[in-house]
Write a protein that binds this ligand. Structure first.
Ligand SMILES: [Zn+2]
Length: 338
C-alpha cells in the first residue's frame, strides 16, 4: 500500500486545542473542584510544552506569501520547497484565477511525532500531507524520514491546490471528490495502468463508492481512501473532457461555480445534473476499462488456478484411460496364455 495519500480538512475544525472546554467549572465550584481544575490546567500546559518547544526550534524561510518553517537538519529541503513555491505558485494562480493576499505557512515535519503534533487527531494514519484550516497551513513530511523529494513535491502541490480551492470557493459547497480530484490532477497525478485496473475491478465488482459519499473520505480505511482518490481523479478527468467538448473553458466554469453554485454551474456547462454526471462517469469507466479487471492480480490468480485445475483433471483422465487400455491389452494377452 503506497503511503502517498493526502488529507484535506473540508470544514474548519474549530476547536482543535484538545479538550480545553471540558474543564469549565459548573456553577458554584467547591475549593476542591477549583484545585482539581488548576491541576488539570497545569497538566494540560505541561502536555502542550513539547509542541511549544518544537515551534521555537523551527527556522523560517519566506517565499512570497509563504512562510516555510523547518528544523535545522531540513535546511536543504526548505530551500527546495521555496523553489517549489516559486515555480508552482504562478501556475496555480493562473489555473484558479486568483492571487492569495494573506500569508500561508508550510511546516516541514522533522519526525512522525512532529507530524502528528502539528496535524490533528482527525488526521488519518494514511495521510502523507495535510492542508489545515483555519490556520492556512500546509503540513508535509521531511523526505529524511518519509518518501522522497519528488513525492514531497507532489504532496505539496496537492495541498497547495486545496489552499487555492479554499480561497476560491470557501463560501460554497462543492463536493469533496471535485476538490480532491483537482488536487490530484494539479499535483501531476495521472491514471496509470495499475490505477485503471483498480478502477475496473471496482466497477465490475460493483464496489465503486458513490461520488457524494467521498465527502466522508477522512473516515475511510486506506484501501477505500485509495479508491476514492482514483475515482475523484477519473471524475475530474471526465469533467475536463466534457467541458472541452462543450467548448467551456475550465476557468469560466469556475467563475460560474462562484456565481451560481456547483449544481447550477454543472448543469449549465455540461447539460447534466449531478446524477446524470455520475451515471455518465460510471458508463465511461465501464466502456474504457471493460476487460482491464482481468489483469487484476487476484483475478489472474483465480484464472490461473482454474486453468491448472482443468488441466489436472484432463491429465488424470487421460492417464486413467491409458491405464485402462493397458489393462485391457494385458487382459487380452493373458487370455492367449491361459
Ligand atoms: Zn487532498
Amino acid at each position: 500500500m503506497e503511503n502517498s495519500r493526502q488529507i484535506y480538512f473540508p470544514e474548519p475544525p474549530g476547536q482543535r486545542a484538545s479538550g480545553a472546554f471540558i474543564f469549565l467549572p459548573a456553577a458554584g465550584p467547591s475549593l476542591l473542584d477549583l484545585r482539581r481544575i488548576l491541576l488539570l490546567l497545569l497538566l494540560l500546559l505541561l502536555a502542550a510544552l513539547p509542541g511549544l518547544a518544537q515551534e521555537s526550534d523551527k527556522l523560517a524561510l519566506q517565499q512570497g506569501n509563504f512562510r516555510i518553517l523547518y528544523s535545522p537538519q531540513n535546511e536543504k529541503t526548505a530551500a527546495a520547497v521555496a523553489r517549489m513555491v516559486e515555480f508552482h505558485q504562478a501556475r496555480l494562480e493562473g489555473f484558479y484565477g486568483l492571487q492569495i493576499a494573506e500569508t500561508a505557512s508550510i511546516i516541514i515535519a522533522a519526525s512522525p511525532v512532529e507530524f502528528r503534533d502539528y496535524g490533528s487527531a482527525r488526521l488519518p494514519e494514511w495521510s502523507s500531507a495535510a492542508y489545515i484550516l483555519p490556520e492556512n497551513l500546509i503540513l508535509v513530511k521531511s523526505p529524511a524520514w518519509a518518501g522522497s523529494l519528488p513525492q514531497l513535491e507532489r504532496d505539496f502541490l496537492h495541498e497547495l491546490s486545496h489552499l487555492y480551492f479554499h480561497q476560491k470557493f470557501a463560501a460554497l459547497y462543492l463536493p469533496l471528490w471535485y476538490n480532491e480530484g483537482l488536487a490530484e490532477y494539479l499535483g501531476g497525478r495521472r491514471l496509470e495502468m495499475a490505477d485503471e485496473i483498480k478502477l475496473s475491478t471496482a466497477v465490475f465488482s460493483g464496489k465503486t463508492i458513490p461520488l457524494d459519499r467521498i465527502d466522508s473520505l477522512l473516515y475511510f480505511p486506506p484501501a477505500k481512501a485509495e479508491l476514492a482518490y482514483l475515482q475523484s481523479l477519473s471524475a475530474v478527468l471526465l469533467l475536463k473532457e466534457t467541458l472541452r467538448r462543450e467548448g467551456v473553458e475550465w476557468g469560466d466554469f469556475h467563475e460560474l461555480v462562484s456565481q451560481a453554485g456547483w449544481e447550477a454551474a454543472l448543469q449549465q456547462s455540461t447539460g447534466m445534473d449531478e446524477f446524470a454526471f455520475e451515471e455518465a462517469w460510471l458508463r465511461a469507466l465501464e466502456k474504457n476499462y471493460r476487460w482491464l479487471f482481468l489483469l487484476n492480480i487476484d483475478t489472474l490468480l483465480w484464472l490461473i488456478l482454474g486453468v491448472v485445475f482443468i488441466l489436472a483433471i484432463y491429465l488424470i483422465r487421460r492417464r486413467n484411460k491409458k491405464r485402462l487400455r493397458r489393462w485391457e491389452a494385458q487382459e487380452r494377452r493373458g487370455e492367449q496364455f491361459y
